[in-house]
Design a protein around this ligand. Structure first.
Ligand SMILES: Cc1cc2nc3c(=O)[nH]c(=O)nc-3n(C[C@H](O)[C@H](O)[C@H](O)COP(=O)(O)OP(=O)(O)OC[C@H]3O[C@@H](n4cnc5c(N)ncnc54)[C@H](O)[C@@H]3O)c2cc1C
Length: 365
């Protein structure tokens, strides 16, 4: 016998947690799962990474976020804060539980009848001995909230070996690992620029390859760009503008020049490690399976701005999941609190008249 849930929330990042907290405040119970630990997206950021948003803009359900030094929160501070919020609201989040398949139940014609059949699968936690076939469970849901984020897949650059070569990665690890090593960073936006500065400061020999001739000040935290430019000017970080990687080999990467150059089209640069910090895309599988309309180049799910409901009755979307594969971040935590408020109000049968935040207006989907 399949169990029926009134509300299932998928994703326990900041906005999934906020949605659960606001539902709980209204006395509504939700089954809440995450494929990883809570805040799994933050889990892969390098230790010590700081938010660009100020603490008060990251606060969940009105719970104050107090940082150690009154500065912006670090990844670790915010993860501890999210654990405290989840504990304070006694949210029954089932971690390491993934929604692996979902389908609509077409013949659900009464308002409370289940509309979705969901297949959940236990994921091996880092501490588990990996089971051969993790157990699955089927649940029926009347309302489904996808707060699944949008940074599921690294944006590939199309160079052979980029996902299989051990010293090539799309993720910055603990900067300490790179001490006294040569590191080639590929990219020219926040994550690449921030990584270049941090790795220089841990004693790595850093080179930065970017396909453009200069950095766009609009797309880089305003305090990072002058630091990077100074380090490049002083020769402490080597900048290879208008280049892209061609091949990876142990200890070196061949870069291709995108403009004619007297020294030829290709050259080698030392690289014990290569970091391809070129962004991340959203996994659209669940949206596609459920038939959610996706729009534009970024394939953003379409939804009603008052309620956050998609074109499918009972299916809501929240947080950065609403942003599709963002080429330029327009949806992030501070612009997404309203999603949680709108969904909780809608499911509680309240009028939803939550205005858009004055900073970072939500774009019409
Ligand atoms: C280095 C860095 C710095 C950043 N700084 C900021 C900042 O200063 N301010 C800001 O607002 N944002 C920042 N961001 C973006 C930030 O990560 C997102 O805004 C935030 O995590 C979005 O929250 P969310 O709850 O919408 O989604 P996420 O935090 O991405 O959470 C989605 C959750 O859904 C889970 N999930 C996905 N699919 C499934 C499934 N099928 N089944 C079960 N669970 C699933 C994931 O495991 C994950 O835990 C930064 C990102 C990076 C990489």
């Amino acid at each position: 016998m399949e169990k029926t849930e009134n509300i299932v929330i998928v994703g326990a990042g900041p906005i999934g947690i906020e949605t659960a907290a606001l539902l709980k405040r209204r006395g509504l119970h939700a089954r809440h799962i995450d494929a990883g630990p809570i805040a799994a997206t933050l889990d892969w950021w390098a230790p010590g990474t700081k938010f660009f948003s100020s603490p008060e803009r990251l606060e969940i359900a009105g719970v104050p976020l107090v940082t150690r030094d009154q500065e912006k929160a670090t990844r670790e501070e915010y993860m501890a804060y999210l654990r405290a919020v989840a504990a304070q609201f006694k949210l029954p989040i089932e971690t390491y539980t993934k929604l692996v398949d979902a389908e609509r139940i077409e013949d659900s014609n009464t308002p409370d009848a289940p509309r979705f059949r969901l297949k959940l699968q236990r994921q091996p936690a880092p501490t588990d001995s990996t089971p051969d076939s993790p157990p699955t469970e089927t649940v029926l849901a009347t309302n489904l909230i996808l707060a699944t984020g949008n940074m599921d897949l690294p944006r590939l650059i199309g160079v052979e070996g980029e996902t299989t070569t051990p010293w090539v990665s799309h993720y910055l690890k603990d900067p300490h690992h790179y001490y006294a090593k040569s590191v080639l960073i590929v990219g020219g936006k926040n994550s690449a620029v921030e990584a270049a500065i941090r790795l220089y400061r841990v004693g790595a020999k850093v080179a930065l390859s970017y396909r453009r001739d200069r950095f766009d000040p609009e797309r880089i935290k305003y305090w990072l760009l002058p630091e990077l430019e100074w380090l490049i000017e002083k020769g402490r970080i080597v900048f290879h503008p208008e280049t892209v990687p061609k091949t990876f080999e142990p200890g070196a990467t061949t870069l291709k020049r995108l403009r004619p150059h007297p020294e030829g089209e290709y050259f080698k640069t030392a690289s014990d490690f290569v970091l391809l910090l070129t962004g991340y895309d959203q996994d659209k599988t669940l949206f596609e399976k459920l038939g959610v309309d996706l729009s534009g180049e970024e394939q953003r799910p379409l939804f009603n701005r008052e309620t956050m409901q998609t074109s499918i009755e009972g299916l809501f979307v929240a947080g950065t999941a609403t942003g599709g594969s963002q080429k330029r971040a327009k949806v992030f935590i501070e612009t997404s609190h309203v999603h949680a408020q709108r969904i909780a109000a809608t499911l509680a049968g309240e009028q939803t008249n939550t205005p858009d935040p004055e900073y970072g207006r939500l774009e019409e989907a």
